[in-house]
Structures are given as structure tokens and as C-alpha cells.
Design a protein around this ligand. Structure first.
Ligand code: BGC
Length: 592
């Protein structure tokens, strides 16, 4: 597990250019042509407001002729409403009039297709929603026309010609529920529960559902001799889930060739060229078991390949701190094709739900990472015979420590005329916390072609940041840095720190439907399991020693040369780390 990448010079420039375009731009118009007669649109505008600021999400549905490039226009009802920083379109504002112009990747909209854009804004007085929109100069009316009087009488004559591409499984595709977490109890892994119960005070949390990590081929049948995995195999867990009367069970698919390419602590058993083995000896047997009809009443959730695709975007060797292993797995397609294969094979099973890993805000929150990552996720989702229909959603913050919400500062805050984005901690990021990032990233994913009903998960296992060091109000307004550093609940030395962070606490307990666009808060990283050893520990699992897990390490370019912030005396990744478990309980937020 890893990772983060520090914003380098060019990214900074890009972030600035993006912000500048907004103030500098004038009203954009495009020539009106005869084709406009057939332009028609349906716009959904939602806004999430707080005093002085808001986030708006806009879904544009093309209900007219196919579009090749679009410009959305509206007028804010109130003169104090401003667009400040947007995504998935180029925004310009003149007085109260705003235009949002399509980007190269989302300008093409077939009839019936939708795309989502959004922005962070500021308001004073009140923040009413705009009521009228134009698309390419035509007022949107939802495509309302006089309904046909004669209903069609003939059934369609052409049978579908394309055979289904997904491989057959015992348990065929069915109608998946929209949110598999909703309304049913989650599976409690008895192996994790036993370790938690053995800790003083652990029974307070041991009944929470946590994910089962299939972190090597042997985990499919159970690994009684391993220090970082249990004796239960996939079938044992599924049988136990039935016995518990659980509604859903969560597995982590985590064994790509050349795994954890930018770090060492979670390197795995497969070399970068072992894609055939990944398919035949890892994914196929998992799919065979998950597809057994005996388990068809369970909602089986797979979290797909933590950190893998974001690493291809930010951690190749041409970037500061990047690695040759990331170059290799990018060039040979191991990650993209491995993820595509896993999605296709597992997604073909009617009661299986795939959520792909999507990093976290402290890694992907700059446009220069945000947009390419969404694109590569899409590439993987349609690789190896998969389609976007095999993707139910995405997960952010897996095994990381990024705060769900920063209650005492927002991305739109300014101090003495400087934006918090200019603070050292935020470092030009567009997001200050996971919830805002996950919601915005969801929109970006829909805009690149994922289904509009995808849901996000956020791993809240260790992002609580409670305890006595938690700030109780905003920092001093002396400078953006005093303001952010005094008020932030995430107490890490740097957002790029990822290993066994000192001071962290358990976050929100797992629950469904916590916020718009979020299917669930989940505990994917089982609290108490280490992220990596604090010194070299020989093992036969392929796990290396990463100095980001060494508390004496002074850091590198990826964490701004800050101390690692890791706890001492940690065992190898996945192994039980009692001292960390105790600290997570002490610093839980909400408190236990
Ligand atoms: C480790 C896995 C482990 C997982 C959950 C990962 O960092 O590499 O072996 O199963 O964490 O603790």
C-alpha cells in the first residue's frame, strides 16, 4: 500500500492557470446554426451550501440531436453568486452570466447521453438555484414535446444480434440492487473479530463488518501458517456469512502482477509478467467460488486492486520519486488488463458488486491527477472484454488516513486575501477532505462514461482523528498556514504519509447511504492490521521494507521531505499491531 505524490512545478502552474481562466475569461458564445433546431437538453442542478460557499453539481442530459461540443449557459439569480473553481468544463463568468464549455473528452454527447460537471462557488445574501439554462444557445426544456397520440403497436422485430460477452457462470447475471449495503447487515469476519476481542476494550468495536483481503493465491483456500492472513478461505467466509445471516460480504482483490509498484511494504507474490497466472490461478478460482448458486442470496462486494491504477498516473519514473516497476506494469498492461479481467469475470456474476479503488484526495485532488486517473479507470473498465456495467462504484481512502471532513476550514476560505489552497498543507489541492473529493470524483467518473448510478465508498477505518489533539475550532487568522494548521483535524506531518500513522483514530462506523452519492462508509482496512514493518523483517510473502514505515525516516520528495509519522515496532503489512489498535480506539471519532 502506498501512496501519494507531491505537487510538482508544472502541476502548480496548471492549477493556477485553471483558477485564472475564470476571472480572465469573457462570455463565450458559439455561432448559432440551423442544427440548433434539434438541440434540446435536460439540466439537473444541485447545490450543497454552507455560509458563504457552495458546491454545485450539474448533470447535462442531451435529449436532442447528437452534440459535438457544447456550451452551457445560465444566469445566477443573485449578483453575489460566483463560480470559483470548476471541473469537467471551462467556466467563464461575466456579471451574473456563466458559461461552461465542454472539454475535449466530454464534448461528444449522443442523444440520450448525460455528462456531469460542477464547481465550487461563493455567495453572499442568498444562494438561489438558477432556473433556466441554455445549451448551445437553446433554452433547455427537458425535450418536452407533444406526446404522440398513437402508442406504438408493433413489437420490435429485430432480436438483439450481439451475444453477451461475459463468460458464463453458475449464477447468471441478475438485476443488481442499486446499493448493496442498503438495508442488510454486513458480514463480521470472525478471524478479525477474535483478534479485536483479545484486546482490552476491543469488544466495543469487534462487531463491525471489515473486508476480507485476498492478498495472495493461497488466501483463496486459507493460509493457516501466515502471519498476515487467516485460515479461512473464500468458501469458509461465504459459508460463515450465510450462517450469520449477513446480507453483504466484502472481499479485497489484491494480487496484481508487480503489485504496489511505487512502494515496498505490500509488494506481492506475482512478478510483473505474471498476468496469465493472475487470471488462471487467482481471479478464475475466486469467480468460480463466488458464482456458486449456494451463495446467490449474498451480496458479494469486491474491492478491486488498491492503489494500482492511480500509481500508473503519478508514480512512473519520469516523475519525482517514481519507480521503474510502475513503468513496467504500465508498459506491459498488467494493471489495466488485470483489472479489466477481474471486472469482467467477477461482474458477470449476478450477485457480485465491483468497486474499483480510486486513491484519495491527498493523492488525486489536483486536476492534473484527477482527470487522467478517471480516464485510466475507464480504460481499465473496458479492457479484457469488460464493460462499464461491471463497475458498481469506486472506493476512496482505502487503508489511508485522510479525514472524512475537515470541519474548521473549507477550500473556498481566504485569509488576508490568500486562499487556503496556497497553504503549505493544502498545496494547491482542490479538496480538503475525502467526502468532497469522493463526491466530485464520482461526477468526473460519470462524465467519462461510467453509469450515472455508480456509488462511492469511503474507507473510514482509520480516519477519525479524535483524541485530545483534535482541534475544537478554526486556527488563528494570522496567515493561511496558521489558519489551516491550527484548525485541521488530520494531524499528519504531510498528506503523503500513509504508513501506521501516529495519532490516528477509528473513523465513522460502517453504514449505508451516509451522504449523497456515497453508498457506504466501510472498514476495508481491518483496524489493527499493520501497513508495513518499521524495520526490515524477513518474510516469505514478498513484503519489503519501506522507509515510510520507519519513524526515524526524514522523508523524500513524495512527502515533502517530512518525517514519516509512522508508529515504531510495527510488524509486516497485514500482521496484527496491538499498539496501533489501542491507539486507534483511544483516538476514535466519533469517540467510542
Ligand atoms: C497487506 C495485506 C493485508 C492488508 C490488510 C495490506 O497492506 O499487504 O497483506 O491483508 O493490508 O491488512
Amino acid at each position: 500500500m502506498n501512496v501519494w505524490r507531491r505537487l510538482s512545478g508544472p502541476r502548480r502552474a496548471l492549477a493556477l492557470a485553471g483558477a485564472g481562466a475564470l476571472v480572465a475569461g469573457g462570455l463565450v458564445t458559439i455561432p448559432v446554426t440551423a442544427a440548433h433546431a434539434a438541440t434540446q437538453c435536460d439540466i439537473a442542478y444541485t447545490s450543497n451550501d454552507w455560509p458563504g460557499g457552495f458546491t454545485a453539481n450539474i448533470t447535462i442530459k442531451n435529449v436532442g440531436d447528437p452534440l459535438n461540443g457544447w456550451t452551457l449557459g445560465w444566469t445566477f439569480p443573485n449578483s453575489g453568486q460566483r463560480v470559483q473553481q470548476g471541473w469537467s468544463a471551462t467556466y467563464t463568468q461575466s456579471g451574473s452570466q456563466v458559461t461552461a464549455r465542454s472539454m475535449s473528452y466530454n464534448g461528444t454527447l449522443a442523444t440520450g447521453a448525460s455528462t456531469s460537471i460542477g464547481f465550487n462557488g461563493a455567495w453572499s445574501g442568498s444562494n438561489p438555484k438558477p432556473t433556466s439554462f441554455t445549451l448551445n444557445g437553446v433554452v433547455c426544456n427537458g425535450g418536452t414535446t407533444t406526446p404522440p397520440t398513437d402508442p406504438p403497436t408493433d413489437p420490435p422485430t429485430d432480436p438483439p444480434t450481439d451475444p453477451p460477452t461475459d463468460p458464463p457462470t453458475t449464477n447468471p447475471p441478475g438485476a443488481k440492487v442499486d446499493n448493496p449495503y442498503s438495508g442488510v447487515p454486513g458480514y463480521v469476519n470472525p478471524e478479525w473479530k477474535a483478534k479485536a476481542d483479545a484486546e482490552t476494550g476491543g469488544s466495543r468495536i469487534s462487531n463491525n463488518p471489515t473486508a476480507v483481503w485476498l492478498d495472495r493465491i493461497a488466501a483463496i483456500n486459507g493460509t493457516p501458517d501466515s502471519s498476515s492472513n487467516g485460515a479461512f478461505g473464500v468458501r469458509d467466509h461465504l459459508d460463515e456469512a450465510l450462517r450469520q445471516g449477513a446480507g453483504y460480504i466484502q472481499f479485497v482483490i489484491y494480487n496484481l502482477p508487480g503489485r504496489d509498484c511505487s512502494a515496498l511494504a505490500s509488494n506481492g507474490e506475482l512478478g510483473p509478467d505474471e498476468l496469465p497466472k493472475y487470471k488462471a490461478e487467482y481471479i478464475d478460482p475466486i469467480a468460480a467460488i463466488q458464482g456458486e448458486s449456494k451463495y446467490s442470496s449474498l451480496r458479494i462486494i469486491n474491492i478491486i486492486e488498491i492503489d494500482s491504477l492511480p500509481n500508473l498516473v503519478t508514480n512512473t519514473s519520469d516523475q519525482a520519486g517514481g519507480t521503474v516497476m510502475c513503468d513496467t506494469v504500465k508498459a506491459n498492461g498488467a494493471y489495466v488488463n488485470g483489472v479489466g479481467y477481474a471486472l469482467a469475470k467477477l461482474g458477470a456474476i449476478g450477485n457480485v458488486y465491483n468497486y474499483i479503488d480510486a486513491g484519495h484526495h491527498g493523492w488525486l485532488g489536483w486536476d492534473s491527477n484527477f482527470v487522467p486517473t478517471a480516464n485510466i479507470l475507464k480504460t481499465a473498465a473496458v479492457a479484457s472484454g469488460s464493460t462499464v456495467n461491471n463497475v458498481h462504484g469506486f472506493i476512496t481512502n482505502t487503508a489511508n488516513y485522510s479525514a472524512l471532513r475537515e470541519p474548521y476550514f473549507k477550500i473556498t476560505d481566504n485569509v488576508n486575501g490568500q486562499s487556503v489552497r496556497q497553504s503549505k498543507w493544502v498545496d494547491w489541492n482542490f479538496y480538503v477532505d475525502e467526502l468532497s473529493f469522493a463526491q466530485a470524483f464520482r461526477n468526473q467518473l460519470v462524465s467519462v462514461g461510467f453509469n450515472s448510478n455508480i456509488g462511492m465508498l469511503i474507507d473510514t477505518s482509520r480516519n477519525g482523528w479524535g483524541g485530545s489533539a483534535r482541534p475544537t475550532g478554526p486556527g488563528a487568522t494570522t496567515s493561511v498556514d496558521t489558519y489551516v494548521n491550527g484548525g485541521r483535524i488530520d494531524r499528519r506531518a504531510h498528506l503523503g504519509n500513509w504508513c501506521n500513522q501516529a495519532g490516528a483514530g477509528l473513523g465513522e462506523r460502517p453504514r449505508a447511504n451516509p451522504e449523497t452519492g456515497i453508498d457506504a462508509y466501510v472498514w476495508v482496512k481491518p483496524p489493527g492490521e499493520s501497513d508495513g514493518s518499521s524495520k526490515e523483517i524477513p518474510n516469505n510473502e514478498g513484503k519489503g521494507f519501506d522507509r515510510m514505515c520507519d519513524p526515524t525516516y526524514g522523508g523524500n520528495a513524495r512527502n515533502g521531505n517530512n518525517p514519516s509519522g509512522a508508529l515504531d515496532n510495527a510488524p509486516i503489512s497485514g500482521a496484527w499491531f496491538s499498539a496501533q489498535f489501542q491507539e486507534l480506539m483511544r483516538n476514535a471519532y466519533p469517540a467510542l
